[in-house]
Write a protein that binds this ligand. Structure first.
Ligand code: ADP
Length: 210
């Protein structure tokens, strides 16, 4: 945690299907990192609940869930993981995946999040990403991956609303990584970015214990 009480975080950033979830899940297995995906949080909400119904309505169309609801649910999930000590703010670097997804969300979460690094996973080959997403749809039966026009709409939303989020952070903080390598090679590069940030937290804690 930062001195001002905000949680230290690295953002996994990039278009749908670029591999944020794959990398985030692997990092989440390494002590000192806690991976939180807003998409996973939404998919875990009971679809029969009032909030679940609203979320489903947006996700199934490939639209962003409204900001207030998104941030409210995401904060509740974050606090629940803190309560359960799954996320230990003093020791862990938070790996955020899927949020912020527009400039307003970036402003909203900055109250509680201290962004230390941005990992921008890039891929210029749209067709390759659409293919990845279609394969994922079969594996995970996701409603937002169900047909190609919804998938393509999500790319438009990304270009229009999400890509400008990069302007919220200083250039030196943004690390672009080609996402089309093998998961292991991409992971190596992601670790080169987030490893030193986590190491700083690790060393500060070790020093405080002496
Ligand atoms: P992907 O990994 O393909 O980028 P996600 O799992 O992150 O997809 O998100 C799936 C869907 O959940 C999004 O298309 C959107 O409808 C909704 N969603 C996830 N995160 C947010 C967010 N921060 N704000 C608004 N909607 C979101």
């Amino acid at each position: 945690m930062s001195q001002n009480g905000r949680y230290k975080a690295a953002l996994l950033f990039g278009a749908p299907g670029v591999g944020k979830g794959t990398q985030g899940k692997i990092l989440g297995l390494v002590p000192g990192f806690f991976h939180l995906s807003s998409g996973d949080v939404f998919r875990s909400i009971d679809i029969e609940s009032d909030e679940g119904q609203v979320i489903y309505k947006y996700i199934s169309k490939g639209e962003l869930v409204p900001d207030d609801l998104t941030v409210k649910i995401w904060r509740k999930a974050l606090e629940a993981y803190i309560f359960l000590s799954r996320f230990k703010p003093r020791e862990d670097l938070l790996i955020l995946d899927g949020i912020p997804r527009n400039v307003h969300q970036a402003e909203m979460i900055s109250e509680v999040i201290d962004v230390r690094a941005v990992v921008h996973l890039t891929c210029l080959d749209l067709d390759q990403m659409v293919d990845r997403i279609k394969r994922r749809a079969i594996r995970e039966s996701r409603v937002d991956d169900a047909n190609e026009s919804i998938i393509r709409h999500r790319f438009n939303v990304y270009e229009q609303d999400t890509a400008p989020v990069l302007n919220c952070y200083p250039d030196e903080m943004i690390n672009s990584i080609d996402a089309m390598g093998s998961p292991a090679m991409v992971l190596t590069k992601v670790l080169e970015v987030v490893g030193p940030v986590q190491e700083e937290i690790f060393r500060a804690n070790a020093a405080a214990k002496q």
